[in-house]
Design a protein around this ligand. Structure first.
Ligand SMILES: C[S@@+](CC[C@H](N)C(=O)[O-])C[C@H]1O[C@@H](n2cnc3c(N)ncnc32)[C@H](O)[C@@H]1O
Length: 694
């Protein structure tokens, strides 16, 4: 090992594993390169003795760890104060002017961006800049045929105090939108209100007459017409669970159940046969956070891409896709986090830490005080007699945290982070009004603060192993090409039911996203008792066994013993084009048949398999493979999925893996299924789920 603990050439595999584990653990807490938290951590590290750490390692509860850390004087040198992107009337007005210029030049896309910046930066309690920015944006939205968004902006502009003398304009625009949407009764009301508003317009006589005439024609055109049904745009299509919902795991298919073992913990298995391509779990996150660099482009509440951002009334750092998302966020987590977002960002703490905090802020203090007596209940193990509620905090709280395997240093680092996040909550008045004058920063913690602090510490441990990436898909080139897709990382989330999926380097399932909902789909056929395994990153076709095992051990703290690891299966590039037929009874590999031999006897179970028939079926299946590849090349997603899943189902029943075409098909399925999710490439329409070959 060198002075920084990095293993040298002569280091043992064990040293390397220890080093990698520490590195992986650190990045689940903070960035080693950015922000002030790493310097702070180094300073504290230098001030605590080995003896302190040894004693720290003997502490038995998160509460003890939190209190011990709070007692370390130097931790209170860190100054926590609100730091966030503030509103600016000057910036807002400047962007609005630029937006006006772009709009006059018919550059609608550019105008929309500039007006949106004007909206997000405008103060809510001072002047008219917000109302004017919203009203101007509504005009460009109308020209872009975004009638629903235009109507929202008009409502928001009026709520923000749009000037009465200009009111006729937005009321007229509201009527125009409603006319386009076939809402004739509402349009009639809007045009009538616009006509009344002319009285306070201050327009000269000529303009007034012209407006009156125009509005009267519009009113007349709406009279006597019946409203068309409202074709409100729907954001999601819903995935349907295979064989309906499970009674014990409501977000999972009834074809799944939960098993447990000493070495593998809890894990999902199939209860009976499941073909490839079936939806097995569809789950909204228990909690989720958006990545920093997506805050300007995605709704922080529902993760949809923003077209016309609805602002936060207090900060300019985040935005929402709708007033509904805004109100839900403001009523819960954002009211506590809003004024500390830039502090958290500047600290360099990881997204895991935001998530640990979010679980607290989304519920608020009274919720935790009320449930604290339940925290000592044993871990939930859904069974016939005990149904899991994935929205219950305890389903989150009891996710695996591997506290028994943690080093004292790891516990101390996480405790330091918990105290930092606790200080943020204190300053955000989460525990009641914070008063700098009333006491020093190291003032003894109250009962409520201890409760929340120890929960944050627990979150920091369990999120390490249970957080999922929340992502969308984008086509890398400017057109639909399933082979050139890339995953767009949007944030981090916890899905309690999906967290019960253990890992395999030869995974049984893949995933896609509908907004923030994760949908898990079978990639290959499963039989009763088969593990419904996800892949945590290293897949056998791309990464050799040693690399996979190192990654999994250092990141997830287990030694993988999946079929691919046990059999040391080759990566794609080393896979020979050989197929081994399986026994039709026990699935064991059959010996190669002699020339002209039609039946082969299994050495394991003694049953005979018709090898000629198996060859014939494989030959037929190959046609499906060719058709699937063609569908994929032509951009027919659902047809390609259907052909690939049929191929995988047939081949999995005949050939022993690894088998090159099987794995190529599964890789293609992963891409195709992922692209069912949110498509983030601007200008490219999502491929239609019901597309048919033209
Ligand atoms: C998301 S959790 C999976 C559910 C977990 N087994 C439980 O009991 O809640 C991830 C953790 O499960 C364990 N795990 C996952 N896959 C495993 C496997 N194939 N073998 C052994 N342990 C595994 C590891 O401890 C890992 O950190």
């Amino acid at each position: 090992m060198d002075r920084c603990g990095r293993p040298g050439e002569s280091s043992s595999e064990e040293d390397l594993e220890l080093y990698l584990t520490k590195l992986c653990s650190d990045v689940t807490l903070y960035s080693p390169k950015e922000g002030f938290f790493n310097h702070y951590m180094e300073q504290i590290d230098a001030q605590v003795s080995q003896d302190f750490l040894d004693k720290f390692g003997q502490l038995k509860s998160d509460e003890d760890r939190l209190l011990k850390t709070w007692g370390v004087k130097p931790i209170h040198t860190l100054k926590v104060q609100s730091f966030y992107r503030q509103k600016s009337r000057e910036v807002s007005e400047c962007r609005r002017e630029e937006g006006n210029k772009a709009f006059q030049e018919k550059k609608n896309g550019q105008a929309l961006v500039l007006y949106s910046q004007a909206v997000v930066r405008a103060p809510h309690d001072e002047g008219k800049s917000l109302a004017l920015a919203l009203a101007n944006r509504s005009a460009v939205l109308y020209h872009m045929d975004e009638y629903h968004l235009c109507l929202t902006d008009i409502d928001l502009a009026i709520q923000a105090g749009y000037p009465p003398n200009l009111m006729y304009k937005v009321l007229d625009r509201r009527g125009q939108c409603q006319l386009q949407l076939g809402q004739y009764n509402s349009a009639l009301l809007a045009f009538t209100a616009a006509a009344h508003a002319l009285a306070t317009s201050g327009l000269d006589k000529k303009k007034l007459e012209s407006w009156k005439k125009d509005l009267s024609i519009k009113i007349h055109s709406c009279q006597g017409k019946t409203d068309a049904g409202d074709p409100a745009p729907s954001k999601t299509t819903s995935a349907i669970l295979f064989q309906g919902s499970s009674k014990v795991l409501p977000n999972a298919s009834s074809a799944l159940t939960l098993n447990t073992s000493k070495d593998e913990g809890r894990y999902l298995v199939a209860r009976g046969p499941i073909p490839a391509g079936q939806v097995l779990i569809a789950e909204r996150p228990y909690s989720a956070v958006l990545m920093d660099d997506k805050c300007g482009s995605h709704c922080i509440h529902c993760y949809h891409r923003l077209v016309a951002p609805v602002p936060c009334p207090w900060c300019s750092g985040v935005a929402f896709c709708s007033p509904r998302c805004r109100d839900l966020a403001l009523a819960t987590y954002h009211r506590w986090e809003c004024k500390f977002l830039d502090l958290l960002k500047g600290s360099g703490v990881s997204l895991n830490c935001y998530l640990a905090l979010r679980v607290i802020t989304q519920h608020g203090l009274p919720y935790f005080k009320k449930l604290q007596h339940r925290l000592n209940q044993p871990a939930i193990m859904p069974s016939a007699s005990c149904r899991q509620n994935p929205n219950d905090y305890l389903s989150f709280y009891h996710l695996v945290a591997l506290e028994e395997s943690r080093s004292p240093r790891d516990f101390f680092q996480r405790s330091l982070l918990a105290t930092f996040l606790l200080k943020v909550l204190q300053r955000a008045n989460f525990f009641g009004k914070w008063d700098d004058e009333a006491g020093p920063p190291d003032k003894a913690l109250t009962e409520d603060e201890v409760l929340v602090g120890r929960l944050i510490l627990r979150h920091l441990q369990l999120i390490q192993f249970n957080a999922h990436e929340l992502s969308g898909m984008a086509f890398a080139s400017g057109k639909i090409n399933f082979k050139k897709t890339k995953s767009v990382f949007l944030g981090l989330a916890v899905y309690p039911t999906i967290s019960y999926c253990n890992h395999s380097c030869f995974p049984a399932v893949t995933r896609y996203f509908e907004g923030d909902k994760m949908v898990i789909v079978s990639l290959r056929p499963l039989q009763a008792g088969d593990v419904v395994a996800e892949n945590y990153g290293p897949i056998f076709t791309h990464h050799p066994r040693q690399e996979r095992q190192r990654k999994l051990l250092s990141r997830y703290w287990f030694r993988c013993n999946c079929e691919a690891c046990r059999g040391d299966w080759p990566v794609y590039n080393n896979m020979v084009n050989k197929r081994v037929i399986q026994c039709h009874t026990c699935k064991s590999p059959l010996p190669q048949p002699a020339h002209n031999q039609s039946h082969v006897t299994c050495k394991e179970c003694g049953n005979s398999t018709n090898i000629v028939q198996a060859d014939k079926t494989l030959h037929q299946a190959n046609k499906l493979y060719v058709a699937a590849c063609q569908h994929m090349d032509e951009g027919h997603r659902e047809e390609a999925i259907s052909s690939f899943t049929s191929f995988v189902d047939i081949v999995s029943g005949l050939v022993v893996p690894p088998f090159r075409e099987l794995h190529l098909s599964m890789q293609a399925l992963r891409l195709l299924i992922a692209s069912r999710g949110t498509i983030h490439t601007p200008g490219i329409p999502a491929p239609d789920a019901s597309s048919t070959k033209q």
